[in-house]
Design a protein around this ligand. Sequence first.
Ligand SMILES: *Cc1c(COP(=O)(O)O)cnc(C)c1O
Length: 546
Amino acid sequence: MGSLPKVAYFCMEYAIESSVKLYAGGLGILAGDYMKEACDNNYPLIGIGIKWKQGYGEQLIDKGSDMPFDAYINRHYDFLKDTGITVTVKIRQRDVRVKVWKYEAHGVNNLYLLDTDIDGNDGEARWITGQLYGWFGEERVAQEMVLGIGGVRALRALGFEPDVYHFNEGHALFAGFELMREKMEKGQSFKEAWENTRKEVVFTTHTPVIQGNESHPIERLIYMGANLGMNKGQLKALGGSPFNMTVGALRLSRKSNAVSDLHKDTANRMWRKVKGRSEIIGITNAIHIPTWVDSRMLELAKNYDDSAAAREKLWNRHLENKNELIDFVEKRTGVRLKPDVLLIGFSRRAAPYKRSNLIFTDRDFIEPLLKPGKLQIVFSGKAHPLDDTGKKIISDIIEMTRLYPGSVVFLENYDMEIGRMLTRGSDIWLNNPRRPMEASGTSGMKAAMNGVLNVSILDGWWPEACRHGVNGWQFGNGKQFRDENKCDAHDFRALKKCLTNEVIPTYYRNRDKWIDMMAASINTTRVPFGMKRMLDEYYTRMYIDN
Ligand SMILES: *Cc1c(COP(=O)(O)O)cnc(C)c1O
Protein backbone atom coordinates (compact mmCIF):
# COMPACT_ATOMS: atom_id res chain seq x y z
CA MET A 1 0.00 0.00 0.00
CA GLY A 2 1.15 3.54 -0.67
CA SER A 3 1.18 5.86 2.25
CA LEU A 4 -1.38 4.95 4.84
CA PRO A 5 -3.41 7.65 6.61
CA LYS A 6 -2.01 8.73 9.95
CA VAL A 7 -4.43 7.93 12.73
CA ALA A 8 -4.84 9.17 16.29
CA TYR A 9 -6.84 6.62 18.29
CA PHE A 10 -8.52 7.77 21.50
CA CYS A 11 -9.66 5.45 24.27
CA MET A 12 -10.25 5.74 28.03
CA GLU A 13 -8.63 2.38 28.74
CA TYR A 14 -5.96 0.09 27.34
CA ALA A 15 -5.25 -3.47 28.42
CA ILE A 16 -1.64 -4.05 27.42
CA GLU A 17 -0.35 -6.22 30.23
CA SER A 18 -2.27 -7.81 33.09
CA SER A 19 -0.50 -5.99 35.93
CA VAL A 20 -0.66 -2.56 34.29
CA LYS A 21 -4.06 -1.51 35.52
CA LEU A 22 -5.08 0.93 32.85
CA TYR A 23 -8.12 -1.14 31.89
CA ALA A 24 -11.48 -2.29 33.19
CA GLY A 25 -12.81 -4.73 30.63
CA GLY A 26 -13.64 -5.51 27.03
CA LEU A 27 -13.18 -1.98 25.65
CA GLY A 28 -9.66 -1.83 27.04
CA ILE A 29 -8.85 -5.34 25.86
CA LEU A 30 -9.87 -4.38 22.35
CA ALA A 31 -7.88 -1.14 22.41
CA GLY A 32 -4.78 -2.83 23.83
CA ASP A 33 -4.91 -5.61 21.24
CA TYR A 34 -5.40 -3.01 18.51
CA MET A 35 -2.34 -1.01 19.58
CA LYS A 36 -0.22 -4.16 19.62
CA GLU A 37 -1.30 -5.19 16.13
CA ALA A 38 -0.70 -1.68 14.76
CA CYS A 39 2.74 -1.77 16.35
CA ASP A 40 3.53 -5.28 15.02
CA ASN A 41 2.70 -4.06 11.51
CA ASN A 42 4.30 -0.63 11.78
CA TYR A 43 1.09 1.20 10.94
CA PRO A 44 1.16 4.98 11.42
CA LEU A 45 -1.31 4.91 14.28
CA ILE A 46 -0.83 6.26 17.77
CA GLY A 47 -3.02 5.82 20.80
CA ILE A 48 -4.06 8.47 23.30
CA GLY A 49 -5.13 7.31 26.74
CA ILE A 50 -4.88 8.14 30.41
CA LYS A 51 -2.32 7.13 32.98
CA TRP A 52 -4.68 6.08 35.76
CA LYS A 53 -3.18 6.48 39.21
CA GLN A 54 -5.30 3.68 40.66
CA GLY A 55 -6.93 2.24 37.58
CA TYR A 56 -10.08 0.24 38.04
CA GLY A 57 -10.63 -1.13 41.55
CA GLU A 58 -9.30 -4.46 42.68
CA GLN A 59 -12.37 -6.45 43.58
CA LEU A 60 -12.17 -9.07 46.30
CA ILE A 61 -14.80 -11.11 48.11
CA ASP A 62 -15.49 -10.37 51.76
CA LYS A 63 -15.33 -13.72 53.49
CA GLY A 64 -17.98 -12.84 56.07
CA SER A 65 -20.73 -11.49 53.84
CA ASP A 66 -19.72 -13.11 50.53
CA MET A 67 -20.09 -9.65 48.98
CA PRO A 68 -17.53 -8.11 46.62
CA PHE A 69 -15.68 -5.05 47.88
CA ASP A 70 -13.30 -2.75 46.06
CA ALA A 71 -9.77 -1.75 46.93
CA TYR A 72 -7.85 1.04 45.28
CA ILE A 73 -4.09 0.92 45.16
CA ASN A 74 -1.72 3.63 43.93
CA ARG A 75 0.25 2.33 40.98
CA HIS A 76 3.73 3.16 39.85
CA TYR A 77 4.98 2.26 36.42
CA ASP A 78 8.65 2.96 36.07
CA PHE A 79 8.81 1.83 32.44
CA LEU A 80 6.81 4.85 31.25
CA LYS A 81 8.96 7.38 29.40
CA ASP A 82 8.71 11.05 30.16
CA THR A 83 8.14 12.90 26.88
CA GLY A 84 8.91 16.20 28.57
CA ILE A 85 5.60 17.51 27.23
CA THR A 86 2.94 19.16 29.35
CA VAL A 87 -0.24 20.70 27.97
CA THR A 88 -2.92 22.70 29.71
CA VAL A 89 -6.69 22.26 29.78
CA LYS A 90 -9.04 24.70 31.51
CA ILE A 91 -11.39 22.72 33.71
CA ARG A 92 -13.87 24.43 36.08
CA GLN A 93 -12.24 27.77 35.21
CA ARG A 94 -8.85 26.55 36.40
CA ASP A 95 -5.83 25.61 34.37
CA VAL A 96 -5.02 21.94 34.77
CA ARG A 97 -1.63 20.77 33.66
CA VAL A 98 -1.53 17.48 31.80
CA LYS A 99 1.68 15.55 31.50
CA VAL A 100 2.30 13.25 28.54
CA TRP A 101 3.95 9.84 29.08
CA LYS A 102 4.94 7.33 26.44
CA TYR A 103 4.25 3.64 26.92
CA GLU A 104 7.14 1.69 25.47
CA ALA A 105 6.96 -1.87 26.74
CA HIS A 106 5.00 -5.11 26.43
CA GLY A 107 4.85 -4.97 22.65
CA VAL A 108 3.72 -1.37 22.14
CA ASN A 109 5.64 1.81 21.36
CA ASN A 110 2.78 3.88 20.02
CA LEU A 111 0.72 4.77 23.08
CA TYR A 112 0.70 8.10 24.90
CA LEU A 113 -0.82 8.50 28.34
CA LEU A 114 -2.09 11.69 29.94
CA ASP A 115 -1.62 12.40 33.63
CA THR A 116 -2.82 15.21 35.90
CA ASP A 117 -1.21 13.85 39.07
CA ILE A 118 1.77 16.18 38.84
CA ASP A 119 3.33 19.08 40.72
CA GLY A 120 1.68 22.37 39.96
CA ASN A 121 -1.84 20.95 40.02
CA ASP A 122 -4.03 21.33 43.10
CA GLY A 123 -5.33 18.28 44.93
CA GLU A 124 -8.61 18.21 43.06
CA ALA A 125 -6.94 18.41 39.65
CA ARG A 126 -4.48 15.69 40.58
CA TRP A 127 -7.36 13.29 41.17
CA ILE A 128 -8.87 13.69 37.70
CA THR A 129 -6.76 10.82 36.41
CA GLY A 130 -7.22 8.89 39.66
CA GLN A 131 -9.80 6.18 39.01
CA LEU A 132 -10.96 4.69 35.73
CA TYR A 133 -14.78 4.89 35.52
CA GLY A 134 -14.78 5.96 39.16
CA TRP A 135 -17.37 8.68 38.72
CA PHE A 136 -20.30 9.49 36.47
CA GLY A 137 -20.92 13.24 36.75
CA GLU A 138 -18.56 16.20 36.84
CA GLU A 139 -15.47 14.09 37.42
CA ARG A 140 -16.22 11.96 34.38
CA VAL A 141 -16.52 15.11 32.28
CA ALA A 142 -13.20 16.31 33.68
CA GLN A 143 -11.59 12.98 32.73
CA GLU A 144 -13.03 13.16 29.26
CA MET A 145 -11.79 16.73 28.86
CA VAL A 146 -8.30 15.54 29.69
CA LEU A 147 -8.57 12.68 27.20
CA GLY A 148 -10.17 14.63 24.37
CA ILE A 149 -8.99 18.22 24.69
CA GLY A 150 -5.70 17.33 26.36
CA GLY A 151 -5.25 14.55 23.80
CA VAL A 152 -5.49 16.85 20.77
CA ARG A 153 -3.15 19.36 22.42
CA ALA A 154 -0.71 16.55 23.17
CA LEU A 155 -0.76 15.52 19.50
CA ARG A 156 0.05 19.11 18.50
CA ALA A 157 2.91 19.24 20.98
CA LEU A 158 4.23 15.88 19.79
CA GLY A 159 4.17 17.11 16.21
CA PHE A 160 2.00 14.19 15.09
CA GLU A 161 -0.41 15.35 12.40
CA PRO A 162 -3.27 12.89 12.06
CA ASP A 163 -5.32 12.49 8.92
CA VAL A 164 -7.97 10.74 10.96
CA TYR A 165 -9.11 10.95 14.58
CA HIS A 166 -10.69 7.72 15.76
CA PHE A 167 -12.93 7.93 18.84
CA ASN A 168 -13.17 4.48 20.35
CA GLU A 169 -16.41 5.05 22.29
CA GLY A 170 -18.00 8.42 23.05
CA HIS A 171 -15.60 9.25 25.91
CA ALA A 172 -13.28 10.96 23.43
CA LEU A 173 -15.88 13.29 21.97
CA PHE A 174 -14.37 16.48 23.42
CA ALA A 175 -11.44 15.93 21.08
CA GLY A 176 -13.94 16.84 18.38
CA PHE A 177 -14.84 20.01 20.28
CA GLU A 178 -11.17 20.94 20.39
CA LEU A 179 -10.83 20.35 16.64
CA MET A 180 -13.82 22.64 16.12
CA ARG A 181 -12.40 25.28 18.46
CA GLU A 182 -9.15 25.33 16.51
CA LYS A 183 -11.06 25.92 13.30
CA MET A 184 -13.31 28.61 14.75
CA GLU A 185 -10.27 30.38 16.14
CA LYS A 186 -9.00 30.54 12.57
CA GLY A 187 -12.21 32.24 11.50
CA GLN A 188 -14.52 29.41 10.51
CA SER A 189 -18.16 29.60 11.57
CA PHE A 190 -19.67 26.98 13.88
CA LYS A 191 -21.27 25.26 10.88
CA GLU A 192 -18.06 25.25 8.85
CA ALA A 193 -16.02 24.00 11.79
CA TRP A 194 -18.54 21.23 12.39
CA GLU A 195 -18.52 20.17 8.74
CA ASN A 196 -14.75 20.20 8.48
CA THR A 197 -14.24 18.38 11.75
CA ARG A 198 -16.64 15.65 10.67
CA LYS A 199 -14.40 14.98 7.70
CA GLU A 200 -11.54 14.03 10.03
CA VAL A 201 -13.36 11.94 12.63
CA VAL A 202 -14.51 8.33 12.73
CA PHE A 203 -16.31 6.77 15.67
CA THR A 204 -16.84 3.30 17.10
CA THR A 205 -19.89 2.61 19.25
CA HIS A 206 -19.79 -0.33 21.62
CA THR A 207 -22.86 -0.69 23.71
CA PRO A 208 -26.44 -1.63 22.84
CA VAL A 209 -27.43 -1.00 26.49
CA ILE A 210 -29.06 2.43 26.48
CA GLN A 211 -27.83 3.37 29.98
CA GLY A 212 -24.30 2.54 28.85
CA ASN A 213 -24.44 5.56 26.54
CA GLU A 214 -23.39 8.42 28.76
CA SER A 215 -25.18 11.74 28.86
CA HIS A 216 -24.78 15.01 30.76
CA PRO A 217 -26.91 18.09 31.36
CA ILE A 218 -25.79 20.79 28.92
CA GLU A 219 -25.23 23.17 31.87
CA ARG A 220 -22.67 20.76 33.28
CA LEU A 221 -20.65 20.79 30.07
CA ILE A 222 -20.71 24.58 30.17
CA TYR A 223 -19.65 25.12 33.77
CA MET A 224 -16.96 22.47 33.44
CA GLY A 225 -15.66 24.33 30.38
CA ALA A 226 -16.02 21.34 28.05
CA ASN A 227 -18.00 23.46 25.57
CA LEU A 228 -14.86 25.45 24.59
CA GLY A 229 -16.90 28.54 23.86
CA MET A 230 -19.87 26.88 22.18
CA ASN A 231 -23.28 28.01 23.41
CA LYS A 232 -26.25 25.99 24.61
CA GLY A 233 -27.97 25.91 21.24
CA GLN A 234 -24.83 24.75 19.48
CA LEU A 235 -24.24 22.00 22.03
CA LYS A 236 -27.84 20.89 21.70
CA ALA A 237 -27.51 20.73 17.93
CA LEU A 238 -24.59 18.36 18.38
CA GLY A 239 -25.62 16.05 21.20
CA GLY A 240 -29.23 16.84 22.15
CA SER A 241 -30.40 17.80 25.61
CA PRO A 242 -29.37 16.23 27.88
CA PHE A 243 -26.19 15.96 25.89
CA ASN A 244 -25.58 12.38 24.81
CA MET A 245 -21.95 11.53 24.10
CA THR A 246 -22.85 8.83 21.57
CA VAL A 247 -25.26 11.09 19.71
CA GLY A 248 -22.62 13.82 19.67
CA ALA A 249 -20.01 11.42 18.30
CA LEU A 250 -22.43 10.12 15.65
CA ARG A 251 -22.98 13.69 14.48
CA LEU A 252 -19.36 14.72 14.65
CA SER A 253 -17.96 11.85 12.61
CA ARG A 254 -17.91 11.11 8.90
CA LYS A 255 -18.41 7.40 9.49
CA SER A 256 -19.17 5.15 12.44
CA ASN A 257 -19.08 1.50 13.12
CA ALA A 258 -20.59 -1.08 15.40
CA VAL A 259 -18.54 -4.05 16.52
CA SER A 260 -20.28 -7.01 14.85
CA ASP A 261 -22.79 -7.50 12.04
CA LEU A 262 -25.64 -8.08 14.44
CA HIS A 263 -24.62 -5.06 16.53
CA LYS A 264 -24.64 -2.95 13.35
CA ASP A 265 -28.36 -3.68 12.91
CA THR A 266 -29.01 -3.09 16.60
CA ALA A 267 -27.11 0.20 16.62
CA ASN A 268 -28.79 1.50 13.46
CA ARG A 269 -32.18 0.73 15.01
CA MET A 270 -31.17 2.25 18.33
CA TRP A 271 -30.02 5.57 16.84
CA ARG A 272 -32.41 5.75 13.85
CA LYS A 273 -34.04 8.94 15.13
CA VAL A 274 -30.78 10.87 15.34
CA LYS A 275 -30.83 13.34 12.44
CA GLY A 276 -27.61 14.15 10.65
CA ARG A 277 -25.67 11.24 12.05
CA SER A 278 -23.01 9.28 10.25
CA GLU A 279 -23.69 5.91 8.71
CA ILE A 280 -23.00 2.98 11.05
CA ILE A 281 -21.25 0.06 9.38
CA GLY A 282 -20.23 -3.22 11.02
CA ILE A 283 -16.61 -4.13 11.73
CA THR A 284 -16.43 -7.16 13.94
CA ASN A 285 -13.97 -7.12 16.83
CA ALA A 286 -10.95 -9.39 16.93
CA ILE A 287 -8.06 -10.39 19.19
CA HIS A 288 -4.30 -10.01 19.11
CA ILE A 289 -3.35 -13.65 18.63
CA PRO A 290 0.12 -13.68 20.27
CA THR A 291 -1.38 -12.18 23.45
CA TRP A 292 -4.16 -14.72 23.89
CA VAL A 293 -3.54 -17.86 21.92
CA ASP A 294 -1.27 -20.79 22.71
CA SER A 295 0.96 -20.90 19.63
CA ARG A 296 1.48 -24.64 19.99
CA MET A 297 -2.28 -25.26 19.78
CA LEU A 298 -2.37 -23.04 16.73
CA GLU A 299 0.43 -24.98 15.04
CA LEU A 300 -1.15 -28.35 15.81
CA ALA A 301 -4.47 -27.17 14.42
CA LYS A 302 -2.88 -25.84 11.23
CA ASN A 303 -1.36 -29.24 10.55
CA TYR A 304 -4.40 -31.19 11.72
CA ASP A 305 -5.54 -34.09 9.55
CA ASP A 306 -7.96 -35.98 11.84
CA SER A 307 -5.56 -38.88 12.13
CA ALA A 308 -5.26 -40.64 15.48
CA ALA A 309 -1.79 -39.14 15.96
CA ALA A 310 -2.96 -35.60 15.25
CA ARG A 311 -5.90 -36.05 17.60
CA GLU A 312 -3.69 -37.28 20.39
CA LYS A 313 -1.28 -34.38 20.04
CA LEU A 314 -4.00 -31.77 20.05
CA TRP A 315 -5.74 -33.37 23.01
CA ASN A 316 -2.55 -33.70 25.04
CA ARG A 317 -1.66 -30.10 24.42
CA HIS A 318 -5.14 -29.09 25.58
CA LEU A 319 -4.76 -31.23 28.71
CA GLU A 320 -1.55 -29.39 29.53
CA ASN A 321 -3.45 -26.11 29.34
CA LYS A 322 -6.27 -27.55 31.39
CA ASN A 323 -3.85 -28.76 34.05
CA GLU A 324 -2.24 -25.34 34.17
CA LEU A 325 -5.67 -23.86 34.82
CA ILE A 326 -6.36 -26.49 37.48
CA ASP A 327 -3.10 -25.62 39.26
CA PHE A 328 -3.88 -21.92 38.98
CA VAL A 329 -7.35 -22.41 40.45
CA GLU A 330 -5.93 -24.48 43.30
CA LYS A 331 -3.36 -21.83 44.10
CA ARG A 332 -6.00 -19.11 44.17
CA THR A 333 -8.88 -20.95 45.88
CA GLY A 334 -7.54 -24.16 47.39
CA VAL A 335 -9.96 -26.18 45.27
CA ARG A 336 -8.46 -28.97 43.14
CA LEU A 337 -10.55 -29.50 40.01
CA LYS A 338 -10.42 -32.75 38.03
CA PRO A 339 -8.71 -33.06 34.66
CA ASP A 340 -11.12 -35.72 33.39
CA VAL A 341 -14.31 -33.79 34.17
CA LEU A 342 -15.89 -31.42 31.65
CA LEU A 343 -14.88 -27.92 32.66
CA ILE A 344 -16.99 -24.87 31.85
CA GLY A 345 -15.34 -21.47 31.88
CA PHE A 346 -17.40 -18.34 32.39
CA SER A 347 -15.90 -14.94 33.06
CA ARG A 348 -17.85 -11.81 32.50
CA ARG A 349 -18.48 -8.41 33.96
CA ALA A 350 -21.43 -8.95 36.30
CA ALA A 351 -24.12 -7.13 34.33
CA PRO A 352 -27.68 -8.48 34.50
CA TYR A 353 -27.98 -8.97 30.72
CA LYS A 354 -25.02 -11.37 30.76
CA ARG A 355 -26.95 -13.68 33.11
CA SER A 356 -24.05 -15.30 34.97
CA ASN A 357 -26.58 -17.36 36.92
CA LEU A 358 -28.60 -18.73 34.03
CA ILE A 359 -27.16 -22.22 34.34
CA PHE A 360 -28.37 -22.37 37.97
CA THR A 361 -32.00 -21.64 37.03
CA ASP A 362 -33.17 -25.17 37.89
CA ARG A 363 -31.46 -27.06 40.70
CA ASP A 364 -33.00 -30.34 39.50
CA PHE A 365 -31.04 -29.94 36.31
CA ILE A 366 -27.69 -28.75 37.58
CA GLU A 367 -27.36 -30.73 40.81
CA PRO A 368 -27.14 -34.21 39.24
CA LEU A 369 -24.39 -32.87 37.00
CA LEU A 370 -22.33 -31.07 39.65
CA LYS A 371 -22.65 -33.45 42.57
CA PRO A 372 -21.26 -36.65 41.09
CA GLY A 373 -18.66 -34.70 39.16
CA LYS A 374 -19.85 -34.73 35.57
CA LEU A 375 -19.44 -31.00 35.29
CA GLN A 376 -17.32 -28.32 36.93
CA ILE A 377 -17.59 -24.57 36.45
CA VAL A 378 -15.03 -21.82 36.97
CA PHE A 379 -16.45 -18.32 37.22
CA SER A 380 -14.76 -14.99 37.31
CA GLY A 381 -15.86 -11.39 36.86
CA LYS A 382 -16.16 -8.01 38.50
CA ALA A 383 -19.14 -5.79 39.11
CA HIS A 384 -18.76 -2.04 38.63
CA PRO A 385 -17.80 -0.67 42.07
CA LEU A 386 -21.03 1.36 42.25
CA ASP A 387 -23.32 -1.37 40.88
CA ASP A 388 -25.10 -3.16 43.71
CA THR A 389 -27.13 -5.32 41.34
CA GLY A 390 -23.93 -6.61 39.77
CA LYS A 391 -22.44 -7.26 43.21
CA LYS A 392 -25.51 -9.27 44.16
CA ILE A 393 -25.00 -11.43 41.04
CA ILE A 394 -21.47 -12.20 42.21
CA SER A 395 -22.53 -13.01 45.75
CA ASP A 396 -25.15 -15.40 44.30
CA ILE A 397 -22.35 -17.24 42.49
CA ILE A 398 -20.32 -17.36 45.69
CA GLU A 399 -23.35 -19.05 47.25
CA MET A 400 -23.17 -21.69 44.49
CA THR A 401 -19.52 -22.34 45.30
CA ARG A 402 -20.67 -23.13 48.86
CA LEU A 403 -23.51 -25.37 47.67
CA TYR A 404 -21.30 -27.28 45.25
CA PRO A 405 -17.84 -27.25 46.77
CA GLY A 406 -15.23 -28.74 44.51
CA SER A 407 -17.43 -28.32 41.42
CA VAL A 408 -18.09 -24.58 41.28
CA VAL A 409 -15.35 -22.08 41.93
CA PHE A 410 -15.06 -18.33 41.67
CA LEU A 411 -11.81 -16.51 40.91
CA GLU A 412 -11.88 -13.05 42.42
CA ASN A 413 -10.37 -9.94 40.87
CA TYR A 414 -10.84 -10.82 37.19
CA ASP A 415 -7.99 -9.53 35.06
CA MET A 416 -6.08 -10.37 31.88
CA GLU A 417 -4.19 -13.19 33.54
CA ILE A 418 -7.37 -14.93 34.67
CA GLY A 419 -8.88 -14.27 31.25
CA ARG A 420 -5.88 -15.87 29.59
CA MET A 421 -5.88 -18.93 31.88
CA LEU A 422 -9.62 -19.54 31.52
CA THR A 423 -9.79 -19.14 27.76
CA ARG A 424 -6.95 -21.65 27.37
CA GLY A 425 -7.68 -24.27 29.96
CA SER A 426 -11.47 -24.68 29.96
CA ASP A 427 -13.17 -27.32 27.83
CA ILE A 428 -16.09 -25.11 26.90
CA TRP A 429 -16.74 -21.41 26.99
CA LEU A 430 -20.26 -20.56 28.03
CA ASN A 431 -21.83 -17.31 26.86
CA ASN A 432 -25.47 -16.61 27.57
CA PRO A 433 -26.34 -12.92 27.25
CA ARG A 434 -29.82 -11.72 26.41
CA ARG A 435 -29.63 -11.26 22.66
CA PRO A 436 -28.87 -8.66 21.24
CA MET A 437 -27.20 -6.98 24.23
CA GLU A 438 -23.70 -8.40 23.73
CA ALA A 439 -22.22 -6.18 21.05
CA SER A 440 -19.34 -8.50 20.20
CA GLY A 441 -17.61 -10.39 23.01
CA THR A 442 -13.95 -11.13 22.49
CA SER A 443 -13.44 -13.72 25.22
CA GLY A 444 -15.23 -16.26 23.03
CA MET A 445 -12.67 -15.59 20.27
CA LYS A 446 -9.79 -16.23 22.67
CA ALA A 447 -11.43 -19.50 23.67
CA ALA A 448 -12.22 -20.54 20.10
CA MET A 449 -8.61 -20.10 18.95
CA ASN A 450 -7.33 -22.13 21.88
CA GLY A 451 -9.62 -25.04 21.00
CA VAL A 452 -12.02 -24.25 23.84
CA LEU A 453 -15.43 -24.88 22.34
CA ASN A 454 -18.00 -22.08 22.48
CA VAL A 455 -21.45 -22.90 23.77
CA SER A 456 -23.21 -19.65 23.15
CA ILE A 457 -26.36 -17.71 22.44
CA LEU A 458 -26.31 -16.37 18.88
CA ASP A 459 -25.24 -12.90 19.92
CA GLY A 460 -22.34 -10.56 19.17
CA TRP A 461 -19.68 -12.20 17.01
CA TRP A 462 -21.01 -15.76 17.33
CA PRO A 463 -23.62 -15.71 14.51
CA GLU A 464 -20.73 -14.91 12.15
CA ALA A 465 -18.57 -17.79 13.34
CA CYS A 466 -20.82 -20.55 14.59
CA ARG A 467 -21.14 -23.78 12.69
CA HIS A 468 -23.30 -25.72 15.08
CA GLY A 469 -21.86 -29.10 15.98
CA VAL A 470 -18.79 -28.39 13.85
CA ASN A 471 -16.78 -25.67 15.62
CA GLY A 472 -18.93 -25.18 18.71
CA TRP A 473 -22.61 -24.91 19.55
CA GLN A 474 -25.33 -22.31 19.57
CA PHE A 475 -28.46 -22.45 21.66
CA GLY A 476 -31.61 -20.36 21.54
CA ASN A 477 -31.74 -20.20 17.71
CA GLY A 478 -31.34 -16.42 17.74
CA LYS A 479 -34.80 -15.83 19.19
CA GLN A 480 -35.39 -12.45 20.83
CA PHE A 481 -37.98 -11.52 23.40
CA ARG A 482 -39.31 -8.27 24.71
CA ASP A 483 -40.19 -9.92 28.03
CA GLU A 484 -37.04 -10.72 30.02
CA ASN A 485 -38.63 -13.54 32.00
CA LYS A 486 -39.81 -15.27 28.84
CA CYS A 487 -36.39 -14.78 27.31
CA ASP A 488 -34.62 -16.28 30.33
CA ALA A 489 -36.98 -19.27 30.49
CA HIS A 490 -36.63 -19.96 26.77
CA ASP A 491 -32.85 -19.63 26.76
CA PHE A 492 -32.43 -21.77 29.85
CA ARG A 493 -34.45 -24.59 28.26
CA ALA A 494 -32.31 -24.29 25.14
CA LEU A 495 -29.07 -24.35 27.17
CA LYS A 496 -30.23 -27.39 29.09
CA LYS A 497 -31.08 -29.23 25.88
CA CYS A 498 -27.79 -28.33 24.26
CA LEU A 499 -25.73 -29.48 27.24
CA THR A 500 -27.74 -32.65 27.80
CA ASN A 501 -28.12 -33.81 24.21
CA GLU A 502 -24.99 -32.52 22.55
CA VAL A 503 -22.16 -31.15 24.66
CA ILE A 504 -22.00 -33.67 27.51
CA PRO A 505 -22.46 -36.81 25.35
CA THR A 506 -19.88 -35.61 22.84
CA TYR A 507 -17.35 -34.93 25.56
CA TYR A 508 -17.73 -38.25 27.36
CA ARG A 509 -18.66 -40.59 24.52
CA ASN A 510 -17.28 -39.20 21.30
CA ARG A 511 -13.89 -37.76 22.14
CA ASP A 512 -12.69 -38.00 18.54
CA LYS A 513 -15.49 -35.76 17.37
CA TRP A 514 -14.73 -33.37 20.23
CA ILE A 515 -11.11 -33.08 19.16
CA ASP A 516 -12.09 -32.59 15.52
CA MET A 517 -14.34 -29.77 16.70
CA MET A 518 -11.45 -28.22 18.63
CA ALA A 519 -9.34 -28.15 15.47
CA ALA A 520 -12.27 -26.74 13.49
CA SER A 521 -12.82 -24.11 16.16
CA ILE A 522 -9.24 -22.89 15.84
CA ASN A 523 -9.06 -23.13 12.06
CA THR A 524 -12.36 -21.38 11.34
CA THR A 525 -11.67 -18.44 13.64
CA ARG A 526 -7.96 -17.61 13.59
CA VAL A 527 -8.05 -15.55 10.39
CA PRO A 528 -11.47 -13.85 10.47
CA PHE A 529 -11.18 -12.96 14.17
CA GLY A 530 -7.47 -12.22 14.27
CA MET A 531 -6.59 -8.57 14.85
CA LYS A 532 -4.84 -8.17 11.49
CA ARG A 533 -8.17 -8.54 9.68
CA MET A 534 -9.77 -5.96 11.95
CA LEU A 535 -6.93 -3.46 11.66
CA ASP A 536 -7.00 -3.70 7.87
CA GLU A 537 -10.75 -3.35 7.82
CA TYR A 538 -10.53 -0.11 9.82
CA TYR A 539 -7.95 1.15 7.36
CA THR A 540 -9.86 0.24 4.22
CA ARG A 541 -13.40 1.00 5.36
CA MET A 542 -12.97 3.79 7.92
CA TYR A 543 -9.66 5.60 7.60
CA ILE A 544 -8.96 5.69 3.89
CA ASP A 545 -11.23 8.48 2.72
CA ASN A 546 -13.59 6.85 0.26
C1 LIG B 1 -11.23 -10.81 26.92
C2 LIG B 1 -11.50 -10.08 28.18
C3 LIG B 1 -12.65 -9.28 28.29
C4 LIG B 1 -13.65 -9.12 27.19
O1 LIG B 1 -14.40 -10.28 27.01
P1 LIG B 1 -15.97 -10.30 26.82
O2 LIG B 1 -16.22 -11.46 25.94
O3 LIG B 1 -16.39 -9.02 26.21
O4 LIG B 1 -16.55 -10.49 28.18
C5 LIG B 1 -12.85 -8.59 29.48
N1 LIG B 1 -11.98 -8.68 30.50
C6 LIG B 1 -10.88 -9.44 30.43
C7 LIG B 1 -9.96 -9.49 31.60
C8 LIG B 1 -10.60 -10.17 29.28
O5 LIG B 1 -9.49 -10.92 29.23
